[in-house]
Design a binder for this molecule. Structure first.
Ligand code: HEM
Length: 426
C-alpha cells in the first residue's frame, strides 16, 4: 500500500479509537460491557441503552444510534435520511483510507442498498419482478430437493451452518441468477469476505472485501457477456433485456446488482436458519410444541426473525439539518439504525426478551421498512420454513452438541460460524 494511504489509514484508525474514548466519557452509548460478552448477547447492552433513550448520541461513529421501534421505522421511511454512504465525508474518507488503491465498492459501485431515488427506484423496478411472491412460491419443490440433497449424508453429527444453512441459499441464488454450479464454493468464500466491508475498524478485512468485490465484478462481467451470446430465462438475462430495451441499467450497475443479490441472498438467510435452530434447540419446550404443531412454523419464523435478526444494524445519513425526536441532527451525520434493539423494544412487543413461537401480532423490522424493504423476504421465509421443517422431521430427537460458538464479529450481522448437533438417529 502506498505510504500516503498507509498514513491516512493510521490516522483514520487513530481518530476512530480517539472517538471511542470520547464516547466512553461524554457519549451516551458506552455500557462498559465486555466485547466478548456483547458478541454473545448484544441484547443486554441494547436494553441498557434503550432505557437511556430511543435516540442516543454516539461520538464513536460521529452520529446517532436509533434504538426505539417507532423511531427506527420513522428513520427508515423519512426521505430526509439517505442510504448513500457518499453523503458522509467521515465514512467515505475512512473507507478510502483503508483501501489499497482508493477503490471502495460501496462508494464507487454502490448497489441499490446504498442508493437513493431516483437511481434506487429505477434499479429496484427492474429487479423486483424476479422476486414476485407467486414466482417465489413456484420454487418450493426445487428448494425441497436442495434441502434433501444437503441432508442426505447427515450421520450422527451435523453442522447445521455448513451442511445446510450456508449451501441452501447459495445454491438457490446461484440458480436464480443462472450461474454454473461449479462456481459455488468460490462464491460462498467471496461473499463471506465481502462482509468485511462493514468492519470499519478492521482495514485488513476491508481490503479482503474490496478484492473479493473486484473478483466478483470481473466474474459477472464475463458471465453477462456469455449470456448476451446465448440468452436464457434467468435473472441475469432478464436484467440484460431490461438494459437493452431502454438503456436503463448501465453495465456497472448490472454487475453491482448481481454482487448485491449474491451477498444479500445468502449471508442473511443462512443466519435465519442457523439462528432459528439454535433458538429452538435452546428452548426445548418451544421445539416440542413446533414438532407437535408444524403449522406454527411460519409464525415461528417471524419470532426467530424478531428475536435474533440476521441483519442487526443499517446506516442512514442525514440529508439536512433537522430536529428528529426532539434532538438536533446535523446534515451528513450518520444514524445507526438498530434493528436488533427495535425488535426488543417493549413498546412494540410485550415481554420482548421471551422467545415465544406462538406470539401474536409479532412486530419486527428485520427486513427493514420503507423504500429499501428487503426484496428477498418471500424467498427467505420460504427457504427458512422448508429448511427448519426438514430438520425437525428428519431428526426429531436432535440435540445441541457441546461446542464453543463463534459469533460474527461484524456489528451488522448476527450468526455463528458453525452449529453442531447430535442427530440421535439411532
Ligand atoms: C432472512 C433473510 C434476510 C434478511 C434478514 C434480510 C434483510 C434485509 C434488510 C434489513 C434490508 C434493508 C436494508 C436497508 O434498509 O438499508 C434488505 C434489503 C435487501 N434485501 Fe434482504 N434480507 C434477507 C434475505 C434476502 C434475500 C434472500 C435476497 C435476495 C435473493 C435479499 C435481497 C435484498 C435486496 C436486493 C435488498 C435491497 C432493497 C433495496 O435497497 O431496495 N434479501 N434485506
Amino acid at each position: 500500500m502506498p505510504l500516503k494511504r498507509r498514513i491516512l489509514q493510521r490516522i483514520g484508525l487513530f481518530v476512530l479509537s480517539f472517538l471511542g474514548l470520547i464516547d466512553r466519557f461524554f457519549g451516551s452509548t458506552y455500557t462498559g460491557i465486555d466485547a466478548d460478552v456483547s458478541r454473545r448477547d448484544p441484547y443486554i447492552g441494547l436494553k441498557i441503552l434503550r432505557e437511556r433513550g430511543s435516540l442516543l448520541r454516539t461520538y464513536r461513529f460521529s452520529g446517532w444510534l436509533v434504538l426505539g421501534f417507532d423511531e427506527v421505522q420513522s428513520v427508515f421511511k423519512d426521505k430526509r435520511f439517505s442510504s448513500d454512504m457518499r453523503k458522509n465525508r467521515f465514512i467515505s474518507r475512512l473507507l478510502r483510507a483503508g483501501s489499497e488503491d482508493g477503490y471502495v465498492p460501496t462508494l464507487d459501485d454502490p448497489g441499490i442498498l446504498n442508493l437513493d431515488p431516483p437511481d434506487h427506484t429505477r434499479i429496484r423496478k427492474l429487479v423486483s419482478p424476479a422476486f414476485m411472491r407467486k414466482y417465489i412460491a413456484s420454487l418450493e419443490p426445487r428448494i425441497r430437493e436442495i434441502v434433501d440433497d444437503c441432508l442426505e449424508d447427515a450421520g450422527d453429527a451435523l453442522d447445521i451452518v455448513n451442511q445446510l444453512a450456508k449451501p441452501l441459499p447459495a445454491i438457490v441464488i446461484a440458480e436464480l441468477l443462472g450461474l454454473p454450479r461449479k462456481d459455488l464454493p468460490r462464491f460462498q468464500q467471496l461473499s463471506n469476505e465481502l462482509l468485511g466491508l462493514t468492519q470499519l475498524e478492521d482495514p485488513e478485512a476491508q481490503q479482503t472485501a474490496t478484492i473479493a468485490n473486484k473478483i466478483l465484478i470481473d466474474y459477472f462481467a464475463d458471465i453477462i457477456e456469455q449470456k448476451r451470446k446465448s440468452p436464457g430465462q434467468d435473472l441475469i438475462c432478464q436484467l440484460i433485456d431490461a438494459e437493452d430495451e431502454g438503456d436503463r441499467l448501465s453495465a456497472r450497475e448490472m454487475y453491482s446488482t448481481c454482487v448485491l443479490l449474491l451477498l444479500a441472498g445468502h449471508e442473511t438467510t443462512t443466519r435465519l436458519i442457523s439462528n432459528g435452530m439454535y433458538l429452538l434447540l435452546n428452548h426445548p419446550e418451544q421445539l416440542a410444541r413446533l414438532q407437535a404443531e408444524p403449522e406454527l412454523i411460519p409464525n415461528a419464523i417471524e419470532e426467530i426473525l424478531r428475536f435474533e435478526p440476521p441483519v442487526q444494524l443499517m446506516p442512514r445519513f442525514a440529508l439536512e439539518d433537522m430536529r428528529f425526536n426532539g434532538r438536533p441532527i446535523k446534515k451528513n451525520q450518520m444514524c445507526l439504525v438498530s434493528i436488533a434493539s427495535a425488535n426488543r423494544d417493549e413498546n412494540a412487543n410485550p415481554d420482548p426478551d421471551v422467545f415465544d413461537i406462538t406470539r401474536k401480532d409479532i412486530k419486527h423490522v428485520s427486513f427493514g421498512y420503507g423504500i429499501h424493504l428487503c426484496l428477498g423476504l418471500a424467498l427467505a421465509r420460504l427457504e427458512g420454513k422448508i429448511a427448519i421443517e426438514a430438520l425437525l422431521t428428519r431428526f426429531p430427537d436432535m440435540t445441541l452438541a457441546k461446542q464453543e460458538l463463534e459469533w460474527d464479529t461484524s456489528l451488522l450481522v448476527r450468526g455463528t460460524s458453525h452449529l453442531y448437533v447430535d442427530t440421535n438417529l439411532h
